[in-house]
Design a protein. Structure first.
Length: 762
């Protein structure tokens, strides 16, 4: 769970060229031409940096060309600002705004508007010979109060980004340039934009907060000290933000969150709603011990009913949230309060599905989070973000070989809630009561929007809500949007480069604004966003386009099987379209008693030049003769012999490009406990010493256009890692097993009848 503010989250996520996309610079706008001589300054704050950058801008200005007039004006203004001609830059930006007025009508103010204010302030400073602080205050007060609430909110929050973001972006580009003695014009434009951003935020960074606070005070009525009583006497803390411009009661947007560092209530108010944020029974607001997941549905219903009775409410409530607050939206929907009219979630938590386990395999991060949420000791709160400390605990437990239930004891802080979770390894009644289950989905008839990503850890939870809703309510009004995103897409926006993967430009969507457009459609009767024209709306990676389908199943028109051929192909095994004629198998052996690999964790990069095998086997296809689009959920049938009664497996798929790069089709890895693969509720043990088969469907959607000449790569492995529960295969409670149960290595024979079936769109 995130514990940082949205601005800090941006700081963490932004680096290098990403900052240009976030601040409105268009990468394809970069100019071309002869390289320019350039000596890179030592760092952003070097005393010579300003002069070096100004010289570069002055030399580029006479030769800079760009056929697209809008991009020319945008980049021209950057060159003019670095050259010190702010009056000319102000004119360029005014001209650009006038040109874009019709095209931008009805759209939110762009992020580049911050540079409009900056250029205008610098012009006032020069023409009136006043301090920059006075000039910026005047520019802000002339421009921002005239904006709508939503535009003003967007601009003021972009003005409030920490200066360190732009500093880091500039330093990154300087590092890239340092070993060179010249710079291409395209790179020069990028570098000069980075310097504009750095200079602007350094200049006004300390001035914005007071100005923003004053503007917010003029626009909104804020009550940050609301207490709402529940039936059992607990007080739920809440904050309410209302637009002062409202002439009548409004619909409310509610987030019930366990994280008190985030608050989007004012953003909701800026979009014409009453914004309400309520805090689950968390440490900050209650003397009661926090018990995540168990009271949130009832508490959400209490808050919704309270909202509906307020004089500023029109009786309608929409809920939204990501992570835990995505879960609370579904918990509320389970209780069907009449005032709840819509929910929109991103990366929603689904207890028992994707937390505290995934594929019925418990993860050490669950102990870390549970201890943090249920303990008021300051030492626990301080250590929560210390990854080094928690990695050390993982390795200590792994090397010890002790039961998984002893993880907390090894840390000196056993946690009762974590132990309770371990007592429910199946999706039993304990978990089923927390969110809708089976027929309860049939009673949810309000519109729902779910956002997730191919690279989001929460994707299995999001897909569980979506698929179960339609399974039990075929008339459900539930829209899914998915693309090449991780769990932070709603807070910080999509990344142009995500863990070394270059995201398609079509995927760079403002999902916060898309969510408000959807709420406007549901609650205000406006047109539905065109991006959401299907029940399933997905971006085709590598194809740079959005597609729309009526269901997950109709994302693909057909399927294609690839068999796990035991024949060696170099250092890997073969993945073939033809079922092998000869009976053969690949033998895999995993020694659970070997703990020399305590420091190993799988790599996180989505693009790599090599695969590092670790208790897995790699299967590689022949080069594709033509492009194929893989879109949807893959199926698999594993034909195998095993000497244990259970095993935890994982599968990863890659596209191996002709240039040698491996690109993941999804992330994290698809992992699951074999005994729960058919049924997450009822455990079905394997037959030790017998040949058998296991059919299952993945819990991760992907969509990618595989290129001709690429190869499909499948990695099939056994889970044995320090940050996960280890299944030794006895068939008993896995959390009670120890290294003593692993004295005999795991042996699996993977037969050639095994296959993976990919959904293909011709």
């Amino acid at each position: 769970m995130s514990s940082v503010s949205p601005a800090t989250a941006m700081l963490i996520r932004m680096s290098g060229f990403v900052v240009f996309l976030m601040l409105g610079v268009v990468p394809q706008a970069l100019a071309q031409g002869p390289a320019l001589e350039f000596r890179t300054p030592s760092n952003a704050d070097d005393s010579t940096t300003a002069a070096v950058m100004r010289d570069l801008a002055e030399r580029l200005l006479p030769v800079y060309q760009e056929p697209d007039a809008d991009r020319y004006l945008a980049n021209l203004s950057a060159l003019q600002m670095v050259a010190g001609d702010f009056a000319a830059a102000d004119v360029s930006r005014q001209t650009l705004r006038n040109r874009r007025r019709r095209a931008d009508a009805g759209r939110p103010v762009g992020r580049a508007f911050t540079y409009d204010i900056y250029a205008y302030a610098k012009t006032i400073e020069a023409e009136n010979r006043v301090s920059f602080a006075e000039a910026f205050t005047r520019a802000f007060n002339e421009v921002v109060p005239r904006l709508s609430d939503s535009d003003a909110y967007a601009v003021t929050r972009w003005l409030g980004i920490p200066p360190q973001v732009s500093r880091d972006a500039l330093e990154s580009l300087l590092d890239e340039q340092r070993a060179k003695d010249s710079i291409e014009q395209s790179e020069a434009v990028k570098l000069l934009w980075a310097y504009v951003s750095f200079s602007a935020y350094r200049a006004f960074g300390s001035l914005t907060q007071a100005l923003v606070d004053a503007d917010d005070l003029r626009r909104y009525t804020v009550d940050a000290s609301v207490l709402i009583k529940t039936r059992d006497g607990t007080s739920i803390a809440a904050a309410v933000v209302r637009p002062k411009s409202a002439a009548k009661p409004l619909a409310a947007l509610l987030e019930l969150t366990i994280d008190d560092t985030q608050n989007y209530a004012m953003e909701c108010a800026a979009h014409g709603y009453v914004g309400v944020v309520a805090y689950a029974r968390a440490k900050r607001t209650n003397s009661h011990r926090t018990v995540p997941y168990q009271h949130d549905g009832d508490d959400a219903r209490t808050v919704i009913n309270w909202i509906a009775k307020q004089p500023w409410s029109d009786g309608r409530v929409g809920m939204y949230g990501d992570g835990y607050s995505g879960f609370t939206s579904w918990a509320a929907a389970t209780h069907s309060p009449s005032a709840l009219k819509a929910i929109a979630t991103s990366a929603p938590t689904a207890p028992g599905i994707n937390v505290p386990m995934s594929g019925n395999i418990f993860q050490n991060s669950a102990y870390r989070w549970s201890l943090y949420m249920t303990t008021s000791k300051g030492s626990v709160e301080k250590s929560y973000d210390d990854d080094v400390l928690w990695r050390a605990l993982d390795q200590k437990w792994y090397r010890s070989g002790r039961r998984y239930r002893d993880l907390g004891r090894l840390n000196g802080q056993p946690d009762a809630l974590f132990i309770r979770w371990l007592s429910h390894p199946s999706y039993d009644r304990y978990w089923q009561t927390m969110i809708p289950f089976r027929e309860q989905f049939a009673r949810i008839n309000i519109p729902v929007l779910t956002t997730t990503g191919y690279f989001a850890a929460s994707e299995p939870g999001a897909l569980y809500y979506f698929t179960q809703h339609y399974r039990y309510n075929r008339h459900a009004d539930h829209t899914l949007v998915i693309g090449p995103y991780d769990d932070g897409v709603m807070q910080s926006g999509p990344m142009a480069v995500l863990h070394e993967y270059q995201v398609d430009s079509a995927a760079l969507v403002n999902f916060r604004e898309l969510q408000y457009q959807w709420f406007d459609h549901v609650l205000k009767g406006t047109a539905a966003p065109s991006l959401l024209s299907g029940r399933v709306n997905y971006e085709v990676m590598g194809g740079n386009e959005w597609r729309h389908a009526s269901s997950v199943e109709t994302m693909a028109a057909t399927s294609e099987r690839f068999y796990l051929d035991g024949t060696a192909s170099g250092e890997h095994r073969r993945l073939t379209r033809q079922k092998p004629l000869k009976v053969s198998f690949v033998l895999q052996t995993v020694n659970f008693a070997d703990r020399k690999d305590a420091g190993w964790l799988p790599p996180t990069d989505l693009v790599t030049r090599s695969l590092v095998n670790h208790n897995d086997i790699t299967f590689v296809s022949e080069p594709l003769t033509k492009p194929i689009e893989v879109s949807g959920l893959f199926l698999a049938r594993l034909d195998f012999w095993v000497n244990k009664m259970d095993v935890d497996l994982n599968i990863m798929l890659y596209e191996l490009l002709a240039n040698g790069q491996y690109i993941r089709l999804f992330n994290p890895i698809n992992e699951f406990r074999a005994s729960y693969a058919r049924d997450r509720i009822n455990r079905q043990l394997l037959k030790a010493g017998e040949r058998q088969d296991l059919e299952f469907k993945s819990e991760r959607i992907t969509s990618r256009l595989l290129q001709a000449g690429s190869r499909l790569v499948m990695v099939l492995g056994v889970n044995k890692r320090p940050d996960r529960e280890i299944n030794y295969g006895t068939g008993n409670d896995v959390s009670e097993e120890s290294i003593a149960d692993g004295k005999f290595p795991l042996k699996i024979r993977w037969y050639g009848d095994s296959y993976i079936e990919l959904p293909i769109r011709p």
